[in-house]
Design a protein around this ligand. Sequence first.
Ligand SMILES: Nc1ncnc2c1ncn2[C@@H]1O[C@H](COP(=O)(O)OP(=O)(O)O)[C@@H](O)[C@H]1O
Ligand SMILES: [Mg+2]
Length: 330
Amino acid sequence: MSTTVLASLNTTTPLLQVERLHKRFPVTGRRDSFLHAVEDVSLEIAPGESLGLVGESGCGKSTLVRLLARLHDASEGRIVFGGEDLCETPALRFARSTKRHAIQMVFQDPTDSLNPRYTARQTIAEPLALLSSMGVAEQRARVQEVAAQVGLPSELLDRFPHQLSGGQKARVGIARALAVQPELLILDEPTAALDVSVQAVVLQLLQRLRRELGLSCLFVSHDLNVVRLLTDRVAVMYLGRIVEVGPSDQVFRHPQHPYTRALVSSIPGQGPRIKLAGEVASPIDPPAQVCRLYGRCPVGQDLCTRQTPLLRTVGNDARHKAACHFLQPT
Ligand SMILES: Nc1ncnc2c1ncn2[C@@H]1O[C@H](COP(=O)(O)OP(=O)(O)O)[C@@H](O)[C@H]1O
Ligand SMILES: [Mg+2]
């Protein structure tokens, strides 16, 4: 295995830099047919920054974050983390890499993602046993410390998942991810499986942890209000591609891409609802040059069938970009 050290880190170097990442899943029973789950995605996360990833179900959010956590191998592209290209290590071997602890993930459903035969303590200690050099006593102390950090009373540590509430299980999942002191925390719809009242509490916890630990976060959600609350910047995904990215406040106040406009208009209190026509196109063997939104898009024209629009800067803020040939001034 060769690891390329690309750059020494300083505060202006992104912690994570994704370059032209693709993930294509072979379609079973159809030779040379592929489902394009992630297409040509480039993005970066600065140290301490929180980036949101939004888009409707099936647009590729989980596949993208699973590529970053090295649970999948990319079909194409680079994931540079802390100066190293992670794609040079196959997903299976990454489990033993020294970088393994630095990216941790909190999964969508705490019930699904916790081992039913492990107590909370064993769950939180597992990554410490696998990825740190801590002895047993040290691990025990770290589990107590991180449980306190996420507001999990120590008397619950010897309980099994079925003896915990949804909110408590969510805290165990977050504690497990934080135990090894990651540099990047990926949260894939961390509150989607929780009751609304519990969601608010867990979101407050995440907001506090972000502030206290200065973590870099990638926060995936289809709940736009949640993303607005918890992120500095947001990337909007549609059928595998990032169609808009920018400071969260700006994207939500002045969405530029027709898809983002429709998405933002679905937030209550955001003015008239823009409904897109028709259905999402199939992600299987999509035509290379056609904009993915064509057919549903209110501004689509002939050019959109001949040239896939790429991200370009809108307005005067270089951080705000959208991928549309027909950006309208706001
Ligand atoms: N392991 C897999 N094998 C084949 N197709 C997959 C796999 N994982 C996801 N997909 C497909 O990739 C697309 C994106 O899925 P996903 O990343 O789960 O979207 P999201 O998280 O935004 O709902 C979907 O069409 C889904 O069916
Ligand atoms: Mg998902």
